[in-house]
Ligand binder design. Structure first.
Ligand code: GLP
Length: 236
Protein backbone atom coordinates (compact mmCIF):
# COMPACT_ATOMS: atom_id res chain seq x y z
CA UNK A 1 0.00 0.00 0.00
CA UNK A 2 1.27 3.45 -0.85
CA UNK A 3 0.65 6.17 1.69
CA UNK A 4 0.61 9.92 0.99
CA UNK A 5 -0.01 12.62 3.60
CA UNK A 6 -1.21 16.10 2.66
CA UNK A 7 -1.03 19.42 4.48
CA UNK A 8 -4.55 20.39 3.42
CA UNK A 9 -7.83 18.75 2.46
CA UNK A 10 -7.71 20.67 -0.83
CA UNK A 11 -4.35 19.20 -1.76
CA UNK A 12 -5.55 15.70 -0.94
CA UNK A 13 -8.65 16.17 -3.11
CA UNK A 14 -6.60 17.47 -6.03
CA UNK A 15 -4.32 14.42 -5.81
CA UNK A 16 -7.30 12.02 -5.78
CA UNK A 17 -8.96 13.91 -8.65
CA UNK A 18 -5.67 13.72 -10.56
CA UNK A 19 -5.49 9.95 -10.19
CA UNK A 20 -9.11 9.56 -11.34
CA UNK A 21 -8.71 11.91 -14.29
CA UNK A 22 -5.47 10.20 -15.36
CA UNK A 23 -7.47 6.96 -15.55
CA UNK A 24 -10.22 8.63 -17.62
CA UNK A 25 -7.69 10.21 -19.99
CA UNK A 26 -5.99 6.82 -20.41
CA UNK A 27 -9.27 4.99 -21.04
CA UNK A 28 -12.25 7.14 -22.11
CA UNK A 29 -14.79 4.50 -21.11
CA UNK A 30 -13.14 3.69 -17.77
CA UNK A 31 -15.25 2.07 -15.06
CA UNK A 32 -14.89 4.32 -12.03
CA UNK A 33 -16.02 3.10 -8.61
CA UNK A 34 -17.40 5.93 -6.50
CA UNK A 35 -17.93 6.51 -2.79
CA UNK A 36 -20.14 8.74 -0.67
CA UNK A 37 -19.59 10.35 2.74
CA UNK A 38 -18.17 13.79 3.40
CA UNK A 39 -14.56 13.04 2.43
CA UNK A 40 -15.05 12.65 -1.36
CA UNK A 41 -16.99 15.93 -1.69
CA UNK A 42 -13.91 18.03 -2.51
CA UNK A 43 -12.81 15.42 -5.06
CA UNK A 44 -16.16 15.64 -6.85
CA UNK A 45 -16.01 19.46 -6.82
CA UNK A 46 -12.53 19.32 -8.35
CA UNK A 47 -13.60 16.87 -11.08
CA UNK A 48 -16.64 19.04 -11.85
CA UNK A 49 -14.36 22.13 -12.08
CA UNK A 50 -12.02 20.38 -14.49
CA UNK A 51 -15.00 19.30 -16.58
CA UNK A 52 -16.27 22.93 -16.64
CA UNK A 53 -12.83 24.01 -17.90
CA UNK A 54 -13.06 21.37 -20.66
CA UNK A 55 -10.12 19.46 -19.23
CA UNK A 56 -12.15 16.28 -18.71
CA UNK A 57 -14.80 14.44 -20.69
CA UNK A 58 -17.14 12.00 -18.96
CA UNK A 59 -19.26 11.18 -22.01
CA UNK A 60 -18.04 7.56 -22.18
CA UNK A 61 -17.22 7.02 -18.49
CA UNK A 62 -19.17 4.37 -16.56
CA UNK A 63 -19.57 4.55 -12.78
CA UNK A 64 -20.53 2.06 -10.08
CA UNK A 65 -21.17 3.20 -6.54
CA UNK A 66 -20.24 1.23 -3.49
CA UNK A 67 -23.48 1.29 -1.58
CA UNK A 68 -26.97 2.58 -0.87
CA UNK A 69 -29.25 2.67 2.16
CA UNK A 70 -32.28 0.39 2.16
CA UNK A 71 -35.67 2.03 2.24
CA UNK A 72 -34.82 5.58 1.16
CA UNK A 73 -36.45 6.83 -2.05
CA UNK A 74 -33.92 8.06 -4.62
CA UNK A 75 -35.20 11.64 -4.18
CA UNK A 76 -34.55 11.57 -0.42
CA UNK A 77 -31.66 14.01 0.19
CA UNK A 78 -29.93 11.38 2.38
CA UNK A 79 -30.02 8.66 -0.26
CA UNK A 80 -26.77 8.00 -2.07
CA UNK A 81 -28.61 8.29 -5.40
CA UNK A 82 -29.45 11.88 -4.45
CA UNK A 83 -25.92 12.50 -3.14
CA UNK A 84 -24.29 11.40 -6.39
CA UNK A 85 -26.77 13.29 -8.54
CA UNK A 86 -26.33 16.52 -6.59
CA UNK A 87 -22.60 16.42 -5.96
CA UNK A 88 -21.30 15.01 -9.22
CA UNK A 89 -23.54 13.64 -11.95
CA UNK A 90 -25.58 16.83 -12.48
CA UNK A 91 -22.33 18.82 -12.87
CA UNK A 92 -20.63 16.72 -15.58
CA UNK A 93 -21.53 15.26 -18.98
CA UNK A 94 -21.96 11.68 -17.81
CA UNK A 95 -24.84 9.71 -19.35
CA UNK A 96 -27.38 8.77 -16.66
CA UNK A 97 -27.55 5.27 -18.16
CA UNK A 98 -23.81 4.90 -17.46
CA UNK A 99 -24.18 5.57 -13.73
CA UNK A 100 -25.01 2.68 -11.41
CA UNK A 101 -25.85 2.30 -7.74
CA UNK A 102 -27.41 -0.60 -5.88
CA UNK A 103 -31.17 -0.17 -5.50
CA UNK A 104 -32.07 -0.16 -1.81
CA UNK A 105 -35.76 -0.18 -2.72
CA UNK A 106 -35.67 -3.33 -4.85
CA UNK A 107 -38.59 -5.63 -4.00
CA UNK A 108 -36.27 -8.66 -4.01
CA UNK A 109 -33.07 -7.68 -2.23
CA UNK A 110 -31.24 -10.97 -2.91
CA UNK A 111 -31.93 -10.63 -6.62
CA UNK A 112 -30.76 -7.02 -6.49
CA UNK A 113 -27.44 -8.09 -4.93
CA UNK A 114 -26.96 -10.66 -7.70
CA UNK A 115 -27.93 -8.11 -10.36
CA UNK A 116 -25.35 -5.64 -9.05
CA UNK A 117 -22.50 -8.16 -9.11
CA UNK A 118 -23.50 -9.31 -12.60
CA UNK A 119 -23.60 -5.68 -13.74
CA UNK A 120 -20.07 -4.98 -12.45
CA UNK A 121 -18.86 -8.13 -14.22
CA UNK A 122 -20.59 -7.14 -17.44
CA UNK A 123 -18.76 -3.80 -17.36
CA UNK A 124 -15.47 -5.71 -17.17
CA UNK A 125 -14.80 -4.89 -13.51
CA UNK A 126 -13.64 -1.63 -11.99
CA UNK A 127 -10.62 0.28 -13.32
CA UNK A 128 -10.27 2.63 -10.37
CA UNK A 129 -12.20 2.51 -7.10
CA UNK A 130 -12.46 5.44 -4.71
CA UNK A 131 -12.99 4.48 -1.06
CA UNK A 132 -13.58 6.34 2.17
CA UNK A 133 -13.25 4.63 5.53
CA UNK A 134 -15.69 4.47 8.42
CA UNK A 135 -14.58 5.10 12.01
CA UNK A 136 -14.84 1.34 12.58
CA UNK A 137 -12.76 0.53 9.50
CA UNK A 138 -15.67 -0.22 7.16
CA UNK A 139 -15.29 0.28 3.41
CA UNK A 140 -18.48 0.81 1.46
CA UNK A 141 -20.84 -0.52 4.10
CA UNK A 142 -18.81 -3.68 4.73
CA UNK A 143 -19.04 -3.60 8.51
CA UNK A 144 -16.71 -5.38 10.97
CA UNK A 145 -17.72 -9.03 11.04
CA UNK A 146 -16.42 -12.60 11.47
CA UNK A 147 -15.93 -13.04 7.73
CA UNK A 148 -15.33 -10.85 4.69
CA UNK A 149 -18.40 -10.77 2.46
CA UNK A 150 -17.41 -11.54 -1.10
CA UNK A 151 -20.51 -10.49 -2.99
CA UNK A 152 -22.86 -7.51 -2.90
CA UNK A 153 -24.70 -7.93 0.39
CA UNK A 154 -27.63 -6.68 2.39
CA UNK A 155 -25.96 -5.55 5.59
CA UNK A 156 -27.27 -4.51 9.02
CA UNK A 157 -25.49 -1.30 10.00
CA UNK A 158 -23.63 -1.32 13.31
CA UNK A 159 -24.49 1.09 16.12
CA UNK A 160 -21.13 2.81 15.46
CA UNK A 161 -22.06 3.52 11.85
CA UNK A 162 -25.60 4.61 12.69
CA UNK A 163 -24.17 7.05 15.24
CA UNK A 164 -21.47 8.33 12.85
CA UNK A 165 -23.91 8.81 9.96
CA UNK A 166 -26.66 10.36 12.12
CA UNK A 167 -24.91 13.75 11.60
CA UNK A 168 -26.53 13.78 8.13
CA UNK A 169 -30.05 13.02 9.42
CA UNK A 170 -32.50 14.96 11.62
CA UNK A 171 -32.21 12.33 14.34
CA UNK A 172 -30.38 8.99 14.82
CA UNK A 173 -33.74 7.19 14.58
CA UNK A 174 -34.03 8.41 10.96
CA UNK A 175 -30.85 6.58 9.90
CA UNK A 176 -31.77 3.43 7.93
CA UNK A 177 -30.79 0.25 9.78
CA UNK A 178 -29.60 -1.61 6.71
CA UNK A 179 -27.92 -1.01 3.38
CA UNK A 180 -26.71 -2.75 0.24
CA UNK A 181 -22.97 -2.76 -0.23
CA UNK A 182 -20.59 -3.92 -2.91
CA UNK A 183 -18.67 -6.91 -1.59
CA UNK A 184 -14.96 -7.41 -1.16
CA UNK A 185 -14.52 -9.37 -4.40
CA UNK A 186 -15.48 -6.44 -6.65
CA UNK A 187 -13.50 -4.01 -4.48
CA UNK A 188 -10.39 -6.21 -4.39
CA UNK A 189 -10.63 -6.98 -8.13
CA UNK A 190 -10.53 -3.23 -8.90
CA UNK A 191 -7.36 -2.61 -10.85
CA UNK A 192 -6.50 0.46 -8.80
CA UNK A 193 -7.82 1.67 -5.43
CA UNK A 194 -7.60 5.09 -3.79
CA UNK A 195 -8.63 5.33 -0.16
CA UNK A 196 -9.13 8.85 1.19
CA UNK A 197 -9.40 9.85 4.84
CA UNK A 198 -9.54 13.19 6.55
CA UNK A 199 -9.15 14.03 10.23
CA UNK A 200 -7.31 13.15 13.41
CA UNK A 201 -10.08 10.71 14.39
CA UNK A 202 -9.30 8.58 11.30
CA UNK A 203 -5.54 8.43 11.92
CA UNK A 204 -5.51 5.40 14.22
CA UNK A 205 -7.91 3.31 12.12
CA UNK A 206 -5.88 4.07 8.97
CA UNK A 207 -2.71 3.03 10.80
CA UNK A 208 -4.33 -0.23 11.97
CA UNK A 209 -5.75 -0.94 8.50
CA UNK A 210 -2.34 -0.48 6.88
CA UNK A 211 -0.07 -2.07 9.48
CA UNK A 212 -2.21 -4.31 11.70
CA UNK A 213 -3.47 -7.85 11.19
CA UNK A 214 -5.67 -8.53 8.17
CA UNK A 215 -9.04 -9.28 9.70
CA UNK A 216 -12.74 -8.92 8.85
CA UNK A 217 -13.01 -7.15 12.22
CA UNK A 218 -11.31 -4.25 10.41
CA UNK A 219 -12.60 -4.60 6.84
CA UNK A 220 -10.18 -2.06 5.30
CA UNK A 221 -7.22 -4.21 6.41
CA UNK A 222 -7.89 -6.52 3.43
CA UNK A 223 -6.48 -3.75 1.22
CA UNK A 224 -2.99 -4.80 2.38
CA UNK A 225 -3.43 -7.71 -0.07
CA UNK A 226 -4.30 -5.44 -3.01
CA UNK A 227 -1.44 -4.79 -5.47
CA UNK A 228 -2.23 -1.14 -6.23
CA UNK A 229 -3.82 0.74 -3.34
CA UNK A 230 -2.91 4.32 -2.49
CA UNK A 231 -4.03 5.82 0.81
CA UNK A 232 -4.36 9.61 0.81
CA UNK A 233 -4.58 11.18 4.24
CA UNK A 234 -4.85 14.65 5.70
CA UNK A 235 -5.57 16.15 9.09
CA UNK A 236 -7.11 19.51 8.50
C1 GLP B 1 -20.43 6.04 4.88
C2 GLP B 1 -20.17 5.38 3.54
C3 GLP B 1 -18.74 4.97 3.40
C4 GLP B 1 -17.81 6.11 3.77
C5 GLP B 1 -18.06 6.51 5.20
C6 GLP B 1 -17.11 7.59 5.70
O1 GLP B 1 -20.63 5.14 5.91
N1 GLP B 1 -21.00 4.24 3.34
O2 GLP B 1 -18.49 4.53 2.06
O3 GLP B 1 -16.48 5.73 3.60
O4 GLP B 1 -19.41 6.96 5.25
O5 GLP B 1 -17.68 8.84 5.58
P1 GLP B 1 -16.94 10.21 5.85
O6 GLP B 1 -16.08 10.43 4.68
O7 GLP B 1 -18.05 11.20 5.94
O8 GLP B 1 -16.18 10.05 7.12
Amino acid sequence: MKYEVFATYDQMCRRAANLISAQIILKEDAVVGLATGSTPLGIYNTLADWYAKSDLDFSRVRTVNLDEYCGLPFEDPQSYHYFMQTNLFSKINIKPSNTHLPNGLAPDIREECKRYDALINSLGGIDIQLLGIGHNGHIGFNEPSDTFSKDTTHIQLTEDTIRANSRFFKSPSDVPRSALTMGMRSIMCSRKIILVANGKEKEEIIHQAMEGPITPRLPASILQLHPDTTVLFTIE
